[in-house]
Design a protein around this ligand. Sequence first.
Ligand code: AMP
Ligand code: FE
Ligand code: FE
Ligand code: ZN
Length: 283
Amino acid sequence: MFADLHLHTFFSDGTYSPEELVAQAQRHHFSALALTDHDTVEGCVPTQRACEAVGIEFIAGTELTAEQNGHEIHILGYCFDIADARLLVEIAKFQTVRQNRIREMVARLNQLNIPLEAESVFALANCRAPGRPHVARALVRAGICGSLDEAFERFLKKNRPAFVPKFKMTAADAIALIHSAGGAAVMAHPGLNHSDEVIPGMVEAGLDGIECFHTKHSTAMAEHYLELADQFHLLITGGSDCHGASKGRPVMGTVKLPLKHVQQLKARAAQHQSRRAAQLPAA
Ligand code: AMP
Ligand code: FE
Ligand code: FE
Ligand code: ZN
C-alpha cells in the first residue's frame, strides 16, 4: 500500500492529462496519489474524478514557488480546501506573474532575432501557470532548438539571455497560505539546489513536513533528511515529481511512500482545518 505525493499534469508543466496520470498510477499499483502542479489547483477536480473512477485515493495538492534567504524553495501543500477564496486569489496573482514573465522571455528572444510569439507559448501551455518548460517546448516545436535541454542551456537557464526571474512569495507566506486553506505545508525536494540552512526558519514559520523521498534524492540524501525530520519533528513525505514525458522518461514508480505517512499528513491537515473552521464565522 503506497502513495506518490508529488505529481504534475498538463495543468502545469507535466505532459499527462489527469486520466493518463491516474492510469499510470494504477499501472504502478498506487493506492493514493497527490496532484502537485506548480502554482495552481486547476487539475484537482478532474484528477479527483479520475481517481474515484478507479478507486485510488486522491489528495488535493499544489507546489507553490517561494523563496527563503534568496533560495528558490518549493512548498508542497496538501489536503487543503481547493475552493479557499484567499488561496485562489493569491495563486491567481502568481499565475499573472507567470503569464507576464512568458511575455518578457519571448520579448528577450525576439531581441535575439528569434521569431517566437507569446500567443504560441500560451496556446501550447493551455494552462494558467505557464513556465519555462512551455517556452522550451515552443522553441523545439518552432525548430529553433533540437531539444528541451538545448532550449534551457542556450536561453532559459539562470544567466542565459532569455532568463527572467520570477517574483516569489516568501516561504513563510506560502506556509501560512496553505495553513489558512486548511492544509499541511511540506518542503519539496530539499536535496535539490538549496541548502539546509533555510530549514530552521521554515520550521519556525510552521512547516509541517519535508519531502525525504524524491526521484533525485540518493539513499544517503533520503537518510539525511529523515534525520532532519526527526530532529525538527517534521512529517515525512515522498513522491516521484513525475512530469510525464517532458523531462526524459516518466519517473512515476521510482518513489513509493508507505501509506502511514499519508495518514500522518492527513491528521496534521485535519488540525489546520479545525483551526480554520474555528476562525470562520458561524454559518
Ligand atoms: P519555471 O517555474 O518557469 O521557472 O520553470 C521551472 C521548471 O522548469 C522546473 O519545474 C522544471 O520542471 C523545468 N526545468 C528546469 N530545468 C530544465 C531542463 N534543463 N530541462 C527541462 N526542464 C527543465
Ligand atoms: Fe516542474
Ligand atoms: Fe519542484
Ligand atoms: Zn514538482
